[in-house]
Design a protein around this ligand. Structure first.
Ligand SMILES: Nc1nc2c(ncn2[C@@H]2O[C@H](COP(=O)(O)OP(=O)(O)OP(=O)(O)O)[C@@H](O)[C@H]2O)c(=O)[nH]1
Ligand SMILES: [Mg+2]
Length: 293
């Protein structure tokens, strides 16, 4: 596993296979009827899949339901609104993973992404497309550049060293909700990482494979309006987080987050780590033995 800020590598693959029935995968989907069959087919059968639709005009919901996923409708528009609706729809999930619904990720990578969160060796794991195997053409040179820039923003602004701000990621549900992410649009993924860093969560990345979307049209980096909108949303999030304190992060004190044991240390930024969050001795605690989300 590739890690940040000197966290010791954790080879969760050498242990037992993670119990993926404890994971709910939230897949935000906007007009993804054509891609969903590929997107959903690759997940291990024990995985709980929640497809969140907030505004599709095609058969996204019907296709997702036919393929056995739970379908959640969210009336508010926006990528972040969809992600949050999926989290709220899975109250018993221990770990939430997020992935795109366009078939660009391989569900077989879920064990690598969720495994370190399930076994308690990381708090937030991001799948890095730039560190993993990419089908030629899966990411345009512009998308690669955008993600390198975002990785740079994470390093300089929030003290997190990443190769890619990937959307395929996993985090404990209680920790995620305690972060109090406010953005409801394309700034959601960046705000998650920024707030996790400020809260001192252990952030890690693992390589994941990445393919061109399996069908349908791009909403974000494959279209100019989508790219500009996402860039704006992320700029707003960055500015807001840079200017504001994080009073809501005190909610994390109610959780017990693991301290820097032999498995590694947290990724709080020396430049920004102002002690918000919780005391160094706290540990994550696992109220849920089994999800049903
Ligand atoms: N529910 C919902 N899903 C969204 C929204 N915007 C984007 N998505 C989904 O978010 C995921 C990422 O969007 P994509 O269009 O694949 O963006 P991208 O990966 O940058 O672009 P591609 O190169 O075409 O894959 C897909 O599953 C979309 O359907 C939204 O407003 N609501
Ligand atoms: Mg995509």
């Amino acid at each position: 596993m590739r890690t940040v800020e000197g966290m010791d590598p954790v080879n969760h693959r050498s242990g037992r296979s993670p119990d993926l029935s404890r994971v709910t995968v939230v897949l935000p989907a906007l007009n993804e009827a054509a891609a969903l069959p590929t997107a959903l087919a690759s997940y291990p059968p024990e995985t709980n899949l929640v497809v969140v639709d907030n505004g599709s005009t095609d058969a996204t919901a019907a296709v997702a339901a036919r393929l056995g996923a739970r379908v959640v409708f969210e009336p508010r528009r926006g990528f972040g609104a969809a992600c949050l609706a999926g989290v709220h729809a899975a109250p018993d999930a221990e770990v939430i993973a997020f992935a795109d619904a366009d078939g660009s990720f391989d569900g077989a990578d879920l064990a690598a992404v969720a495994g370190p969160v399930l076994d308690g060796t990381a708090d937030l794991v991001l799948g890095s497309r730039l560190a993993g195997q990419r089908t030629p053409g899966a990411m345009s040179p512009l998308a690669v550049l955008e993600n390198r820039l975002l990785a740079c923003v994470c390093r300089v602004g929030f003290g997190v060293r990443l190769s890619d701000l990937g959307p395929f990621r996993a985090i404990r549900r209680d920790a995620l909700l305690a972060l109090g992410i406010r953005d409801r649009a394309q700034g959601w993924p960046l705000e998650m990482v920024a707030r996790a860093a400020r809260a001192g969560l252990r952030i890690a990345e693992v390589p994941v494979s990445y393919h061109p979307r399996a069908g349908g049209a791009s909403k974000v980096s494959g279209s100019l309006p989508g790219t500009l909108r996402a860039a704006w949303d992320m700029a707003v999030v960055t500015a807001r987080l840079a200017l504001r304190t994080f009073p809501d992060l005190r909610a994390l004190q109610a959780l017990r987050i693991p301290g820097p044991g032999p498995g590694g240390r947290r990724t709080s930024s020396p430049a920004h780590g102002n002690g918000e969050g919780r005391s160094p001795q706290t540990v994550i605690h696992s109220p849920h033995q089994r999800k049903s989300g």
